[in-house]
Design a protein. Structure first.
Length: 45
């Protein structure tokens, strides 16, 4: 009984970490793109 529970917890933790990393990377990329666009617009104006 312990093994399926452990597998479930492991799967949930893995999913949570994956989601967190994905969100962090997405936020970082978005921030970087926004900064680059802002810099480009400001240099053109």
């Amino acid at each position: 009984m312990s093994s399926p529970m452990s597998s479930l917890v492991s799967s949930l933790v893995s999913s949570l970490v994956s989601s967190l990393v994905s969100s962090l990377v997405s936020s970082l990329v978005s921030s970087l793109v926004s900064s680059l666009v802002s810099s480009l617009v400001s240099s053109l104006v």
